[in-house]
Write a protein that binds this ligand. Sequence first.
Ligand SMILES: [Ca+2]
Ligand SMILES: [Ca+2]
Ligand SMILES: [Ca+2]
Length: 345
Amino acid sequence: MISGSWPGEIFVFYGQGQGKFAPRQMLRDAQGEVILLNREPRQSGNYFLVVGSAKIEKTKDGKQVVLRHGKRIEVPPGKQVGLTGTASTAHLADWDGDGDLDLLVGEIGGSVYYLENRGTRTQPAFAPPEKLKVAATKQKENDAVEKLKQSVRALVFRTAKVDETRGIRAPGGDAHPVAADWDGDGRLDLLLGCGNGSVRLYRNVGTRKRPKLAAPRVLVPPGNWNCTEENVHPGHRAKICVVDWNGDGRLDLLLGDVVSMRRRVQLTEEQKKLKAQLDQLNKQYRTLAMEYAKLFRKDAQKARQFQREKLLPLLRQMAKLRRQVPQESQLTGHVWLFVRRPLEK
Ligand SMILES: [Ca+2]
Ligand SMILES: [Ca+2]
Ligand SMILES: [Ca+2]
């Protein structure tokens, strides 16, 4: 069993038979390094950002270092260090048709990476990540011209198609790639669960050993974040599984999502009072959060102090109240089954 994670490491649970699994291990590449997309630290404004499971430590002389998987990363002087992640998703498939399992990894920005297994089926050795792209075609060029014509409108409506010949981009980020021969032509295609809840199909128009992906088609349209108990529908962050669910020989699609479910709640008098308090604190919080953002642009040090002394106590107070008042909306998720119908003649 394999799993992505926040902040981004990929975990493997080796099967021991009879439904049992060994404790998780971080998947490593051919060099023995923990597999992690965007592993190089990046600088953003005053920030020095490091991806992955790491911790920050202060040295005796007051400098900061990041410890990650047994390695030390020095923080450049004057920079504020931040830990972040890529929210990886992982899928194993023999992408290059040579008999061993390769790794497909999606991330929060919407990109998909292929890590070729240059080892064997039992002793994998994963190559560095390579971005999956849509193959450029003449049609693509026509699309580009069309896009240019529409670019003025696109600026207003933000409807411009993303050029995926430079890299696949799941709308709404949170790419979840799965390889399956969806069209049954003997070549693995790519299905992509997307942050906006849609599922896309990138047909393999290359060969079994050298896949080439066509421009995507939408199999499932974007979902909707807000649900009510009367109107439940697919939501966001589609995570998918391709399987012949009903055993009719045609691949079907399972989709897991996340939604904010609104429900009607009856509050007691006491709860109504608490809710009024909570609404009041919410208002205060919004004002303080704006002050914090302003302060942060001027002086990160002072902003952090402000956060410690003003914002965090308020947030704790709000969390306490929230536990006492039944909430009108709740994060939840569903599993959807899309059964494939035979082609209509
Ligand atoms: Ca392979
Ligand atoms: Ca295929
Ligand atoms: Ca089926």
